[in-house]
Design a protein around this ligand. Structure first.
Ligand SMILES: N[C@@H](CCC[C@H](N)C(=O)O)C(=O)O
Length: 258
């Protein structure tokens, strides 16, 4: 059998996209998702996303990490899926969709996608790091020499050591200006550094604001794959009206034997 796929990237976080409105994709086939995301044997990606019909919104997002397992929210994946839905003529410039963490609204113009994220009610600050959930769990830690850091081994140590079997994504951060931070992320489910993580940079922006590292409500986050912007409003001890903004691009499409 051959599967029709599309490949997208959002600041270098890349995804295999499948239009599953006909329900053709075997959703419990972990090995198949892992194969499609494999960079040597398959298409190659950090994750795979299904676009499905939904009764109450424009479409449904089903997200899998490269390891083949369905996981929590993917911010860059959500942005790329909006671009894919726009390409398929499922939506025009403004849309809503349902994902594993709830309802999202989004807009797309000139290849830039603005995605509304869930409100964040709780931010836990510890000695040397912050932990919060922006749709996916994130450890946020300021470091001295971000460029030289071995993100894979340091991230893996924290991901498995500190957070047990559920794990967490791990973000290493350096302050670059009043409202600018550089971020490198170790992603759970990819088990490596990715070029960018949308829920990760969202977590960094909120953590840096909560910890007094920035007073601004719009923050630029530079990842190895490009720059994203996150805007937000304080809401008691948490945050609301959180938007993740950046480019989302179709790279290629094709047919793969499965
Ligand atoms: N790349 C994503 C995060 C995807 C989910 C993550 N790997 C997890 O399992 O928690 C993003 O852009 O947010």
């Amino acid at each position: 059998m051959e599967l029709n796929f599309y490949k997208y990237q959002g600041t270098g976080n890349d995804f295999v996209m499948v239009d599953n409105r006909q329900g053709i994709f075997p959703k419990n086939d972990t090995k198949l998702v892992n194969f499609l995301c494999d960079r040597k044997f398959g298409v190659g990606a950090d994750g795979l996303i299904l676009l499905e019909d939904d009764d109450a919104t424009d479409f449904k997002m089903v997200y899998y990490n490269a390891d083949g397992n369905e996981s929590s929210m993917c911010g860059n994946g959500g942005r790329c899926l909006v671009a894919f839905a726009n390409f398929l003529n499922v939506v025009k410039e403004v849309c809503t969709f349902i994902a594993v963490d709830g309802l999202h609204s989004a807009s797309i113009k000139d290849g830039i996608v603005s995605l509304a994220m869930q409100d964040v009610a709780e931010i836990a600050t510890f000695e040397g790091y912050t932990f919060l959930n922006t749709g996916s769990p994130h450890h946020v830690q300021l470091v001295e020499n971000l460029a030289a850091l071995d993100v894979k081994s340091n991230g893996a140590k924290l991901r498995y050591g500190k957070y047990g079997s559920t794990g967490s994504n791990i973000n290493f951060v350096s302050k670059e200006g009043d409202a600018a931070f550089a971020v490198r992320t170790y992603e759970r489910g990819v088990e490596d550094e990715t070029l960018s993580c949308g829920t990760g940079v969202t977590a960094v922006a909120l953590a840096m604001h909560a910890n007094g590292q920035t007073k601004e409500n719009k923050v630029a986050l530079t990842t190895p794959g490009g720059t994203l912007n996150v805007s937000f409003e304080k809401n008691g001890v948490g945050y609301k009206n959180i938007h993740l903004v950046g480019p989302a691009t179709q790279v290629f499409s094709g047919l793969i034997k499965i």
